[in-house]
Design a protein around this ligand. Structure first.
Ligand SMILES: [Ca+2]
Ligand SMILES: [Ca+2]
Length: 299
């Protein structure tokens, strides 16, 4: 562990020697400082994770359980590989669902524990980073450097969002399915769009947003082709559809006659059981929901 941390420690000391926080006058420098802090907290957690995986691997190996020992070894190897690359960006390896009952249970406990720890160390770092950026944004604006200020603002918004995602990530409920790194939970109960939206938000996620064809196919299957609310609305401005997460509304899968704003009050998108998206009214309570949790960039 010390071998891995040593160079980072030296860099951190070098930066502090250059004058600490007050010496950083631009976004790039703040970002670099944040990234070093982030690696310094994540690397030890991943080293510990690989040790924990190895301990379980050996436990299964001792009892002659080749199958489960192999699966723990595979997960450990992935974690160890990430320590040579960009450890901060790699999360817990995807859990192979064919692993035995006992192994799956232990692996999930390890994963949840790891996520909690990451959230605990990373959320405060992100908040400090966002505060520093906010200060910089203000002083750059006051100095009339609008372009640089807007760069700081963009990075601040990003840091705030990441802080939110990493805090909510451990709350992803049991039964959620992973796809493209994000987590999805199908709720096989019909309600109105607003109720579905609130339910997902209460669990720390959001009503599903579908931003490409693969994700579209995935949610269609997960919902077993039932009517399904989507996290898109044009309630602010008729005809201007937006995702509730702020993701750009570039991909869509409207059916040939939709959205039609029938009777002038259909502002909520849903996946129609017969295929394609359509818009519906706020009082319609005939669609199921999928809640989605976006993967934090570093986890
Ligand atoms: Ca999505
Ligand atoms: Ca419609």
């Amino acid at each position: 562990m010390s071998r891995i941390l040593e160079p980072r420690k030296l860099v951190t000391l070098a930066l502090l020697g250059a004058g600490g926080i007050s010496a950083f006058a631009d976004v790039g420098a703040l970002t670099e400082k944040f990234e070093k802090r982030r690696s310094a907290v994540i690397v030890p957690l991943r080293v510990q994770l690989s040790k924990d995986l190895r301990a379980l691997e050996q436990r299964y190996a001792k009892s002659g359980d080749l199958d489960q020992a192999t699966k723990f070894k595979r997960a450990r190897t992935l974690v160890e590989k990430s320590l040579d690359g960009e450890p901060a960006k790699r999360g817990f390896p995807v859990i192979d669902e064919t692993i035995g009952e006992d192994g799956r249970h232990r692996m999930k406990r390890l994963r949840d524990d790891y996520r909690r720890k990451i959230g605990k160390v990373l959320a405060p770092l992100l908040r400090v980073y966002a505060t520093e950026l906010a200060k910089l944004e203000k002083s750059l604006t006051a100095a009339g450097k609008y372009e640089a200020a807007s760069k700081a603002k963009g990075e601040r918004v990003y840091a705030e969002r990441q802080s939110h995602l990493i805090r909510e990530w451990p709350r992803v409920p049991e039964g959620a399915v992973e796809f493209g790194g994000n987590q999805y939970l199908f709720i096989d109960k019909t309600s109105t769009w607003h109720k579905a939206r609130k339910k997902c938000a209460d669990m720390g996620g959001h009503l599903v947003t579908v931003t490409n064809e693969k994700e579209n196919r995935f949610v269609r299957n997960l919902s077993r082709k039932k009517n399904l609310w989507l996290g898109a609305t044009d309630e602010e401005k008729e005809g201007e559809w937006v995702w509730i997460t702020g993701e750009p509304f570039e991909y869509s899968h409207w059916n040939s006659r939709s959205p039609d704003n029938h009777k002038g009050n259909q502002h909520y998108a849903y996946y129609w059981s017969k295929g394609g998206w359509d818009d519906h009214s706020p009082d319609a309570d005939q669609a199921t929901a999928i809640c989605e949790w976006d993967k934090p960039e570093y986890y």
